[in-house]
Write a protein that binds this ligand. Sequence first.
Ligand SMILES: Cc1ncc(COP(=O)(O)O)c(C=O)c1O
Length: 501
Amino acid sequence: MHLTANRRACEIESMDENRTDDRKHSPMEGFGPLTMTPESMRRLANFATDVLIERLGGLNDANAWDGEFRDVLKDRLGSHPPEDGRPAEEVLTQVVREVLPFAARLDHPRFFGFVPSSPTWPGVVADYLAAGFNINSCTWLVSSGTSQLELIVVDWLRDWIGYPDTAGGLLTSGGSAASVEALVAARTAAGHSDRPAIYMSDQAHGALKRAAVIAGVRRENVRVVRSDDRFRIDMEELRRRVVEDRAIGLQPMAVCANAGTASTGAVDPLSEMAAYCAHEGIWLHADAAYGGFSLVTEEGAELLDCIEMSDSVGMDAHKWFFQPYEAGALMVKNAEHLEISFAMGSDVLQDTVWGANHPNFADRGLQLSRAARALKIWMSVHTFGMAAFRSAVRNGLDLALRAAEAIESSPTLESTAPVSLGIVCFRVNPGGRDEEALEEVNRKVLTRVFWDELAFLSSTSLRGVFSLRLCILNHTTTWEDVRRTLDLVERLGEEELAASD
Ligand SMILES: Cc1ncc(COP(=O)(O)O)c(C=O)c1O
Protein backbone atom coordinates (compact mmCIF):
# COMPACT_ATOMS: atom_id res chain seq x y z
CA MET A 1 0.00 0.00 0.00
CA HIS A 2 2.83 2.37 0.83
CA LEU A 3 4.44 1.55 -2.50
CA THR A 4 1.36 2.60 -4.39
CA ALA A 5 1.09 5.80 -2.42
CA ASN A 6 4.74 6.63 -3.17
CA ARG A 7 4.59 5.77 -6.82
CA ARG A 8 1.35 7.63 -7.38
CA ALA A 9 2.63 10.64 -5.44
CA CYS A 10 5.67 10.87 -7.79
CA GLU A 11 3.49 10.59 -10.88
CA ILE A 12 1.23 13.22 -9.52
CA GLU A 13 4.02 15.59 -8.60
CA SER A 14 5.15 15.65 -12.23
CA MET A 15 1.55 16.21 -13.35
CA ASP A 16 1.25 19.03 -10.87
CA GLU A 17 3.64 21.09 -12.94
CA ASN A 18 0.69 21.52 -15.31
CA ARG A 19 -1.57 22.60 -12.50
CA THR A 20 -1.92 26.23 -13.64
CA ASP A 21 -2.76 25.26 -17.23
CA ASP A 22 -5.24 22.74 -16.03
CA ARG A 23 -7.07 25.40 -14.05
CA LYS A 24 -7.76 27.33 -17.25
CA HIS A 25 -10.15 24.58 -18.36
CA SER A 26 -12.03 24.42 -15.11
CA PRO A 27 -15.80 24.65 -15.40
CA MET A 28 -15.63 25.58 -11.73
CA GLU A 29 -13.54 28.66 -12.41
CA GLY A 30 -14.87 31.65 -10.58
CA PHE A 31 -16.78 29.42 -8.12
CA GLY A 32 -14.73 30.28 -5.10
CA PRO A 33 -11.70 29.09 -3.22
CA LEU A 34 -12.80 25.52 -2.48
CA THR A 35 -13.07 24.01 -5.94
CA MET A 36 -10.72 21.92 -8.07
CA THR A 37 -10.33 21.46 -11.79
CA PRO A 38 -11.91 18.35 -13.32
CA GLU A 39 -8.45 16.96 -14.03
CA SER A 40 -7.25 17.40 -10.44
CA MET A 41 -10.49 15.90 -9.18
CA ARG A 42 -10.05 12.89 -11.43
CA ARG A 43 -6.42 12.42 -10.43
CA LEU A 44 -7.23 12.56 -6.75
CA ALA A 45 -10.13 10.14 -7.08
CA ASN A 46 -8.13 7.74 -9.26
CA PHE A 47 -5.29 7.85 -6.78
CA ALA A 48 -7.67 6.98 -3.94
CA THR A 49 -9.22 4.17 -6.02
CA ASP A 50 -5.79 2.67 -6.80
CA VAL A 51 -4.83 2.76 -3.13
CA LEU A 52 -8.05 1.03 -2.10
CA ILE A 53 -7.83 -1.69 -4.72
CA GLU A 54 -4.22 -2.40 -3.90
CA ARG A 55 -5.10 -2.52 -0.20
CA LEU A 56 -7.77 -5.14 -0.84
CA GLY A 57 -5.40 -7.19 -3.00
CA GLY A 58 -2.73 -7.18 -0.29
CA LEU A 59 -5.01 -7.75 2.67
CA ASN A 60 -4.34 -11.47 3.06
CA ASP A 61 -0.59 -10.82 3.37
CA ALA A 62 -0.95 -7.80 5.65
CA ASN A 63 -1.26 -7.91 9.44
CA ALA A 64 -4.80 -8.11 10.69
CA TRP A 65 -4.14 -5.17 13.00
CA ASP A 66 -1.91 -2.15 13.19
CA GLY A 67 -1.96 0.70 15.68
CA GLU A 68 0.19 3.52 16.99
CA PHE A 69 0.51 5.54 20.19
CA ARG A 70 -1.08 8.97 20.48
CA ASP A 71 2.19 10.87 21.00
CA VAL A 72 3.68 9.42 17.82
CA LEU A 73 0.58 10.22 15.78
CA LYS A 74 0.33 13.69 17.25
CA ASP A 75 3.90 14.50 16.29
CA ARG A 76 3.35 13.25 12.76
CA LEU A 77 0.01 14.83 12.10
CA GLY A 78 0.31 18.23 13.77
CA SER A 79 -2.58 19.99 15.39
CA HIS A 80 -3.36 23.50 14.11
CA PRO A 81 -5.33 23.90 10.88
CA PRO A 82 -2.88 25.30 8.30
CA GLU A 83 -3.61 28.76 6.89
CA ASP A 84 -2.52 27.70 3.40
CA GLY A 85 -3.30 24.44 1.71
CA ARG A 86 -0.96 22.08 -0.14
CA PRO A 87 -1.44 19.72 -3.07
CA ALA A 88 -4.36 17.40 -2.49
CA GLU A 89 -2.34 14.33 -3.50
CA GLU A 90 0.26 15.18 -0.90
CA VAL A 91 -2.46 15.33 1.74
CA LEU A 92 -3.90 12.04 0.51
CA THR A 93 -0.48 10.40 0.48
CA GLN A 94 0.11 11.45 4.06
CA VAL A 95 -3.24 10.08 5.15
CA VAL A 96 -2.63 6.79 3.35
CA ARG A 97 0.77 6.45 5.00
CA GLU A 98 0.26 7.95 8.41
CA VAL A 99 -3.40 7.69 9.37
CA LEU A 100 -5.43 4.98 7.68
CA PRO A 101 -3.06 2.02 8.15
CA PHE A 102 -3.22 2.43 11.93
CA ALA A 103 -6.42 0.55 12.40
CA ALA A 104 -7.78 -2.90 12.90
CA ARG A 105 -8.17 -4.43 9.45
CA LEU A 106 -11.70 -5.51 10.17
CA ASP A 107 -12.04 -6.90 6.65
CA HIS A 108 -8.91 -9.05 6.88
CA PRO A 109 -9.81 -12.72 6.31
CA ARG A 110 -8.23 -13.61 9.67
CA PHE A 111 -9.71 -10.76 11.69
CA PHE A 112 -11.91 -12.67 14.12
CA GLY A 113 -12.10 -10.13 16.97
CA PHE A 114 -15.14 -8.25 18.28
CA VAL A 115 -17.61 -8.04 15.36
CA PRO A 116 -15.70 -7.75 12.09
CA SER A 117 -17.05 -6.44 8.82
CA SER A 118 -16.08 -6.94 5.20
CA PRO A 119 -17.75 -4.48 2.87
CA THR A 120 -18.40 -5.22 -0.77
CA TRP A 121 -16.84 -2.90 -3.33
CA PRO A 122 -20.18 -1.68 -4.77
CA GLY A 123 -21.12 -0.71 -1.22
CA VAL A 124 -17.92 1.32 -0.88
CA VAL A 125 -18.47 2.99 -4.24
CA ALA A 126 -22.08 3.73 -3.30
CA ASP A 127 -20.91 5.71 -0.27
CA TYR A 128 -18.56 7.66 -2.50
CA LEU A 129 -21.34 8.37 -4.99
CA ALA A 130 -23.75 9.42 -2.28
CA ALA A 131 -21.16 11.85 -0.94
CA GLY A 132 -20.40 13.12 -4.44
CA PHE A 133 -24.08 13.61 -5.32
CA ASN A 134 -24.35 15.24 -1.91
CA ILE A 135 -27.49 13.32 -1.01
CA ASN A 136 -29.36 14.13 2.16
CA SER A 137 -31.93 11.35 2.60
CA CYS A 138 -34.05 13.38 4.98
CA THR A 139 -37.28 13.99 3.07
CA TRP A 140 -38.95 12.93 -0.15
CA LEU A 141 -38.64 16.44 -1.57
CA VAL A 142 -34.92 16.60 -0.91
CA SER A 143 -34.10 13.08 -2.12
CA SER A 144 -36.88 11.05 -3.68
CA GLY A 145 -34.50 8.61 -5.41
CA THR A 146 -32.79 7.33 -2.29
CA SER A 147 -36.01 7.59 -0.27
CA GLN A 148 -37.56 5.13 -2.73
CA LEU A 149 -34.51 2.86 -2.35
CA GLU A 150 -34.90 3.04 1.42
CA LEU A 151 -38.55 2.00 1.07
CA ILE A 152 -37.42 -0.93 -1.06
CA VAL A 153 -34.72 -2.01 1.39
CA VAL A 154 -37.15 -1.64 4.29
CA ASP A 155 -39.53 -3.94 2.34
CA TRP A 156 -36.74 -6.50 1.98
CA LEU A 157 -36.10 -6.37 5.73
CA ARG A 158 -39.82 -6.75 6.42
CA ASP A 159 -39.89 -9.91 4.32
CA TRP A 160 -36.74 -11.39 5.83
CA ILE A 161 -38.04 -10.80 9.35
CA GLY A 162 -41.50 -12.10 8.40
CA TYR A 163 -43.29 -8.93 9.55
CA PRO A 164 -46.79 -8.00 8.28
CA ASP A 165 -47.55 -5.10 5.92
CA THR A 166 -48.11 -2.78 8.87
CA ALA A 167 -44.39 -2.92 9.59
CA GLY A 168 -41.96 -0.25 8.54
CA GLY A 169 -38.70 1.23 9.54
CA LEU A 170 -35.62 3.12 8.55
CA LEU A 171 -31.92 2.78 8.12
CA THR A 172 -29.81 4.04 11.00
CA SER A 173 -26.16 4.66 11.79
CA GLY A 174 -26.05 1.29 13.55
CA GLY A 175 -27.42 -0.89 16.31
CA SER A 176 -26.94 1.74 19.00
CA ALA A 177 -29.12 4.31 17.21
CA ALA A 178 -31.67 1.62 16.31
CA SER A 179 -31.92 0.67 20.00
CA VAL A 180 -32.54 4.28 21.04
CA GLU A 181 -35.23 4.70 18.40
CA ALA A 182 -36.86 1.37 19.31
CA LEU A 183 -37.02 2.23 22.99
CA VAL A 184 -38.35 5.74 22.33
CA ALA A 185 -41.11 4.09 20.25
CA ALA A 186 -41.70 1.65 23.13
CA ARG A 187 -41.99 4.58 25.53
CA THR A 188 -44.61 6.21 23.29
CA ALA A 189 -46.52 2.94 23.04
CA ALA A 190 -46.42 2.60 26.84
CA GLY A 191 -47.93 6.06 27.24
CA HIS A 192 -44.89 7.86 28.65
CA SER A 193 -45.02 6.37 32.10
CA ASP A 194 -43.42 8.32 34.94
CA ARG A 195 -41.51 5.40 36.40
CA PRO A 196 -40.55 3.14 33.50
CA ALA A 197 -38.49 -0.01 33.87
CA ILE A 198 -36.80 -2.07 31.22
CA TYR A 199 -35.58 -5.67 31.18
CA MET A 200 -32.75 -7.45 29.42
CA SER A 201 -30.46 -10.35 30.17
CA ASP A 202 -26.95 -10.15 31.58
CA GLN A 203 -25.77 -10.95 28.04
CA ALA A 204 -27.38 -7.86 26.45
CA HIS A 205 -25.17 -5.38 24.65
CA GLY A 206 -24.24 -2.18 26.48
CA ALA A 207 -25.91 -0.24 23.66
CA LEU A 208 -29.30 -1.38 25.00
CA LYS A 209 -28.63 -0.12 28.51
CA ARG A 210 -27.47 3.21 27.12
CA ALA A 211 -30.55 3.38 24.89
CA ALA A 212 -32.81 2.70 27.87
CA VAL A 213 -31.23 5.55 29.81
CA ILE A 214 -31.52 7.90 26.80
CA ALA A 215 -35.17 6.90 26.47
CA GLY A 216 -35.72 8.13 30.02
CA VAL A 217 -35.33 5.01 32.16
CA ARG A 218 -33.37 5.60 35.36
CA ARG A 219 -30.20 3.53 35.49
CA GLU A 220 -31.38 1.61 38.54
CA ASN A 221 -34.57 0.65 36.68
CA VAL A 222 -32.67 -1.03 33.87
CA ARG A 223 -33.19 -4.58 35.13
CA VAL A 224 -30.50 -7.07 34.23
CA VAL A 225 -31.96 -10.56 34.31
CA ARG A 226 -29.81 -13.66 34.84
CA SER A 227 -29.18 -15.91 31.81
CA ASP A 228 -29.13 -19.70 31.80
CA ASP A 229 -26.25 -22.08 31.04
CA ARG A 230 -26.77 -21.41 27.30
CA PHE A 231 -26.63 -17.64 27.88
CA ARG A 232 -30.38 -17.21 27.23
CA ILE A 233 -32.55 -15.07 29.46
CA ASP A 234 -34.05 -16.85 32.47
CA MET A 235 -37.79 -16.45 31.88
CA GLU A 236 -38.69 -17.28 35.48
CA GLU A 237 -36.56 -14.44 36.74
CA LEU A 238 -37.94 -12.08 34.10
CA ARG A 239 -41.49 -12.83 35.19
CA ARG A 240 -40.61 -12.43 38.84
CA ARG A 241 -38.88 -9.07 38.33
CA VAL A 242 -41.83 -7.68 36.36
CA VAL A 243 -44.27 -8.70 39.13
CA GLU A 244 -42.01 -7.22 41.82
CA ASP A 245 -41.58 -3.97 39.91
CA ARG A 246 -45.29 -3.53 39.34
CA ALA A 247 -45.84 -4.09 43.04
CA ILE A 248 -43.61 -1.12 43.86
CA GLY A 249 -45.22 1.15 41.26
CA LEU A 250 -42.76 0.80 38.38
CA GLN A 251 -44.16 0.48 34.87
CA PRO A 252 -42.48 -2.19 32.73
CA MET A 253 -41.98 -0.40 29.41
CA ALA A 254 -39.98 -2.85 27.32
CA VAL A 255 -38.18 -6.16 27.33
CA CYS A 256 -35.10 -6.52 25.14
CA ALA A 257 -34.43 -9.91 23.61
CA ASN A 258 -31.04 -10.91 22.28
CA ALA A 259 -31.24 -12.24 18.74
CA GLY A 260 -27.55 -13.09 18.70
CA THR A 261 -25.44 -11.79 21.58
CA ALA A 262 -22.09 -10.26 20.73
CA SER A 263 -20.38 -12.52 23.24
CA THR A 264 -21.54 -16.00 22.22
CA GLY A 265 -24.19 -15.49 19.51
CA ALA A 266 -26.83 -16.78 21.94
CA VAL A 267 -30.48 -16.24 21.03
CA ASP A 268 -33.05 -15.69 23.76
CA PRO A 269 -36.28 -17.78 23.66
CA LEU A 270 -37.98 -15.35 21.28
CA SER A 271 -41.32 -17.12 21.02
CA GLU A 272 -41.75 -17.47 24.78
CA MET A 273 -40.69 -13.88 25.38
CA ALA A 274 -43.04 -12.57 22.72
CA ALA A 275 -46.00 -14.52 24.10
CA TYR A 276 -45.20 -13.29 27.60
CA CYS A 277 -44.79 -9.64 26.53
CA ALA A 278 -48.00 -9.70 24.48
CA HIS A 279 -49.86 -11.07 27.49
CA GLU A 280 -48.40 -8.43 29.81
CA GLY A 281 -48.74 -5.55 27.35
CA ILE A 282 -44.99 -4.90 27.29
CA TRP A 283 -43.07 -3.92 24.14
CA LEU A 284 -40.57 -6.56 23.00
CA HIS A 285 -37.50 -5.27 21.17
CA ALA A 286 -35.24 -7.85 19.50
CA ASP A 287 -31.62 -6.76 19.30
CA ALA A 288 -30.48 -8.51 16.13
CA ALA A 289 -27.74 -5.96 15.42
CA TYR A 290 -25.29 -8.82 15.28
CA GLY A 291 -27.31 -11.84 14.15
CA GLY A 292 -30.13 -10.25 12.16
CA PHE A 293 -28.88 -10.67 8.63
CA SER A 294 -28.41 -14.40 9.12
CA LEU A 295 -32.18 -14.35 8.44
CA VAL A 296 -31.44 -14.45 4.73
CA THR A 297 -30.34 -18.08 5.15
CA GLU A 298 -32.55 -21.00 6.16
CA GLU A 299 -30.19 -21.83 9.02
CA GLY A 300 -30.34 -18.25 10.35
CA ALA A 301 -34.10 -18.04 9.97
CA GLU A 302 -34.38 -21.23 12.04
CA LEU A 303 -32.10 -19.86 14.75
CA LEU A 304 -34.09 -16.61 14.93
CA ASP A 305 -37.44 -18.38 14.68
CA CYS A 306 -40.37 -16.21 15.89
CA ILE A 307 -38.42 -12.94 15.69
CA GLU A 308 -41.46 -11.63 13.81
CA MET A 309 -43.41 -11.83 17.06
CA SER A 310 -41.39 -8.98 18.55
CA ASP A 311 -42.57 -5.36 18.32
CA SER A 312 -39.29 -4.10 16.89
CA VAL A 313 -36.05 -5.47 15.51
CA GLY A 314 -32.68 -3.76 15.13
CA MET A 315 -30.19 -5.21 12.66
CA ASP A 316 -26.82 -4.06 11.28
CA ALA A 317 -25.94 -4.30 7.60
CA HIS A 318 -22.40 -3.20 8.46
CA LYS A 319 -21.96 -6.47 10.29
CA TRP A 320 -23.37 -9.50 8.47
CA PHE A 321 -24.59 -7.86 5.28
CA PHE A 322 -21.21 -6.73 4.02
CA GLN A 323 -21.69 -2.96 3.97
CA PRO A 324 -19.29 -0.19 4.91
CA TYR A 325 -19.96 1.65 8.15
CA GLU A 326 -22.52 3.05 8.94
CA ALA A 327 -25.48 0.84 8.01
CA GLY A 328 -27.96 -0.22 10.67
CA ALA A 329 -31.71 -0.62 10.55
CA LEU A 330 -34.72 -0.50 12.80
CA MET A 331 -37.94 -2.26 11.88
CA VAL A 332 -41.13 -1.76 13.88
CA LYS A 333 -44.10 -4.08 13.54
CA ASN A 334 -46.57 -1.23 13.72
CA ALA A 335 -44.72 1.49 11.84
CA GLU A 336 -47.04 4.21 13.12
CA HIS A 337 -45.20 4.18 16.42
CA LEU A 338 -42.15 5.67 14.75
CA GLU A 339 -43.80 8.74 13.27
CA ILE A 340 -45.89 9.29 16.39
CA SER A 341 -42.63 9.33 18.35
CA PHE A 342 -40.33 11.23 16.04
CA ALA A 343 -42.23 13.48 13.62
CA MET A 344 -42.16 16.98 15.04
CA GLY A 345 -43.22 19.23 12.15
CA SER A 346 -41.37 22.43 11.50
CA ASP A 347 -42.25 25.69 9.79
CA VAL A 348 -39.07 25.68 7.82
CA LEU A 349 -39.79 22.19 6.49
CA GLN A 350 -43.45 22.80 5.64
CA ASP A 351 -42.76 22.43 1.90
CA THR A 352 -41.45 18.91 2.39
CA VAL A 353 -44.82 17.35 3.29
CA TRP A 354 -45.91 15.24 0.31
CA GLY A 355 -48.44 13.06 2.07
CA ALA A 356 -48.43 9.53 3.41
CA ASN A 357 -47.44 7.95 0.11
CA HIS A 358 -44.18 9.86 0.11
CA PRO A 359 -42.67 9.38 3.56
CA ASN A 360 -40.00 11.59 5.01
CA PHE A 361 -37.55 9.24 6.68
CA ALA A 362 -36.44 12.04 9.01
CA ASP A 363 -39.90 11.70 10.63
CA ARG A 364 -39.13 8.11 11.63
CA GLY A 365 -35.99 8.57 13.67
CA LEU A 366 -33.57 10.87 15.40
CA GLN A 367 -31.68 12.33 12.42
CA LEU A 368 -32.82 15.07 10.07
CA SER A 369 -29.76 15.13 7.83
CA ARG A 370 -29.21 11.50 6.93
CA ALA A 371 -26.77 9.55 4.81
CA ALA A 372 -28.20 7.63 1.84
CA ARG A 373 -27.58 4.22 3.42
CA ALA A 374 -30.03 2.36 1.22
CA LEU A 375 -27.92 3.09 -1.82
CA LYS A 376 -25.05 0.82 -0.78
CA ILE A 377 -27.33 -2.02 0.27
CA TRP A 378 -29.38 -1.80 -2.91
CA MET A 379 -26.36 -1.47 -5.22
CA SER A 380 -24.46 -4.38 -3.71
CA VAL A 381 -27.49 -6.68 -3.67
CA HIS A 382 -28.25 -5.79 -7.30
CA THR A 383 -24.62 -6.34 -8.27
CA PHE A 384 -24.12 -9.76 -6.69
CA GLY A 385 -27.67 -11.04 -6.18
CA MET A 386 -29.16 -12.60 -3.08
CA ALA A 387 -27.79 -16.06 -3.87
CA ALA A 388 -24.29 -14.66 -3.41
CA PHE A 389 -25.24 -12.87 -0.19
CA ARG A 390 -26.83 -16.02 1.21
CA SER A 391 -23.77 -18.04 0.40
CA ALA A 392 -21.51 -15.41 2.00
CA VAL A 393 -23.55 -15.46 5.24
CA ARG A 394 -23.60 -19.27 5.17
CA ASN A 395 -19.82 -19.28 4.86
CA GLY A 396 -19.53 -17.76 8.36
CA LEU A 397 -22.12 -20.14 9.83
CA ASP A 398 -20.40 -23.19 8.30
CA LEU A 399 -16.86 -22.19 9.24
CA ALA A 400 -17.92 -21.61 12.84
CA LEU A 401 -19.43 -25.12 13.04
CA ARG A 402 -16.30 -26.59 11.53
CA ALA A 403 -14.12 -24.66 13.98
CA ALA A 404 -16.20 -26.04 16.86
CA GLU A 405 -15.63 -29.60 15.57
CA ALA A 406 -11.88 -29.00 15.37
CA ILE A 407 -11.90 -27.67 18.94
CA GLU A 408 -13.86 -30.71 20.12
CA SER A 409 -11.29 -33.05 18.65
CA SER A 410 -8.28 -31.14 19.99
CA PRO A 411 -6.64 -32.50 23.16
CA THR A 412 -5.51 -28.96 24.05
CA LEU A 413 -8.61 -26.87 23.36
CA GLU A 414 -12.11 -26.89 24.79
CA SER A 415 -15.35 -25.11 23.86
CA THR A 416 -16.66 -22.67 26.46
CA ALA A 417 -20.07 -21.99 24.90
CA PRO A 418 -22.31 -23.61 22.30
CA VAL A 419 -21.36 -22.32 18.85
CA SER A 420 -24.02 -19.96 17.53
CA LEU A 421 -24.37 -17.56 14.59
CA GLY A 422 -20.71 -17.58 13.57
CA ILE A 423 -19.28 -17.17 17.09
CA VAL A 424 -16.97 -19.75 18.62
CA CYS A 425 -15.89 -19.41 22.26
CA PHE A 426 -13.10 -21.66 23.43
CA ARG A 427 -9.93 -21.83 25.47
CA VAL A 428 -6.75 -23.76 26.00
CA ASN A 429 -7.61 -26.44 28.56
CA PRO A 430 -6.11 -29.92 28.38
CA GLY A 431 -7.47 -30.63 31.89
CA GLY A 432 -5.77 -30.84 35.26
CA ARG A 433 -5.40 -27.10 35.92
CA ASP A 434 -7.39 -24.76 38.11
CA GLU A 435 -9.32 -21.74 36.82
CA GLU A 436 -6.66 -19.24 37.84
CA ALA A 437 -3.91 -21.10 36.00
CA LEU A 438 -6.13 -21.51 32.92
CA GLU A 439 -6.92 -17.83 32.81
CA GLU A 440 -3.24 -16.96 33.00
CA VAL A 441 -2.34 -19.37 30.19
CA ASN A 442 -5.17 -18.14 27.96
CA ARG A 443 -4.40 -14.47 28.53
CA LYS A 444 -0.81 -15.15 27.55
CA VAL A 445 -1.91 -17.04 24.46
CA LEU A 446 -4.13 -14.15 23.41
CA THR A 447 -1.26 -11.68 23.82
CA ARG A 448 1.05 -13.90 21.82
CA VAL A 449 -1.51 -14.34 19.01
CA PHE A 450 -1.73 -10.57 18.94
CA TRP A 451 2.01 -10.12 18.49
CA ASP A 452 2.32 -13.09 16.11
CA GLU A 453 0.26 -11.09 13.60
CA LEU A 454 -1.20 -14.05 11.71
CA ALA A 455 -4.69 -13.33 12.94
CA PHE A 456 -6.63 -11.11 15.32
CA LEU A 457 -8.71 -12.66 18.09
CA SER A 458 -10.45 -11.10 21.05
CA SER A 459 -11.79 -12.55 24.26
CA THR A 460 -14.91 -12.55 26.36
CA SER A 461 -15.81 -13.39 29.91
CA LEU A 462 -18.40 -16.14 30.28
CA ARG A 463 -19.61 -16.02 33.88
CA GLY A 464 -16.11 -15.12 34.87
CA VAL A 465 -14.44 -17.72 32.61
CA PHE A 466 -11.89 -16.03 30.39
CA SER A 467 -12.57 -17.29 26.86
CA LEU A 468 -11.01 -16.79 23.51
CA ARG A 469 -13.54 -15.95 20.86
CA LEU A 470 -13.70 -16.21 17.06
CA CYS A 471 -16.36 -14.19 15.25
CA ILE A 472 -16.40 -15.49 11.69
CA LEU A 473 -18.33 -13.18 9.39
CA ASN A 474 -15.98 -12.24 6.57
CA HIS A 475 -17.10 -13.41 3.14
CA THR A 476 -13.48 -13.97 2.07
CA THR A 477 -12.48 -16.12 5.06
CA THR A 478 -11.66 -19.73 4.19
CA TRP A 479 -11.32 -22.88 6.26
CA GLU A 480 -7.57 -22.54 5.81
CA ASP A 481 -7.69 -19.15 7.59
CA VAL A 482 -9.63 -20.63 10.50
CA ARG A 483 -7.51 -23.78 10.67
CA ARG A 484 -4.22 -21.85 10.71
CA THR A 485 -5.56 -19.64 13.49
CA LEU A 486 -6.67 -22.62 15.60
CA ASP A 487 -3.32 -24.35 14.96
CA LEU A 488 -1.53 -21.23 16.17
CA VAL A 489 -3.64 -21.05 19.36
CA GLU A 490 -3.03 -24.75 19.97
CA ARG A 491 0.75 -24.43 19.50
CA LEU A 492 1.03 -21.31 21.65
CA GLY A 493 -1.21 -22.95 24.23
CA GLU A 494 1.05 -25.99 24.44
CA GLU A 495 4.10 -23.76 24.82
CA GLU A 496 2.47 -21.71 27.57
CA LEU A 497 1.27 -24.84 29.37
CA ALA A 498 4.80 -26.27 29.25
CA ALA A 499 6.26 -22.99 30.52
CA SER A 500 3.81 -22.92 33.43
CA ASP A 501 4.64 -26.49 34.59
C1 LIG B 1 -25.66 -7.48 19.75
C2 LIG B 1 -25.27 -6.06 19.48
N1 LIG B 1 -26.12 -5.06 19.76
C3 LIG B 1 -25.83 -3.76 19.53
C4 LIG B 1 -24.60 -3.41 19.01
C5 LIG B 1 -24.28 -1.96 18.75
O1 LIG B 1 -24.31 -1.75 17.37
P1 LIG B 1 -23.51 -0.55 16.64
O2 LIG B 1 -22.06 -0.78 16.94
O3 LIG B 1 -23.83 -0.73 15.20
O4 LIG B 1 -24.01 0.72 17.21
C6 LIG B 1 -23.67 -4.41 18.71
C7 LIG B 1 -22.34 -4.07 18.17
O5 LIG B 1 -21.47 -4.89 18.02
C8 LIG B 1 -24.01 -5.76 18.93
O6 LIG B 1 -23.17 -6.77 18.63
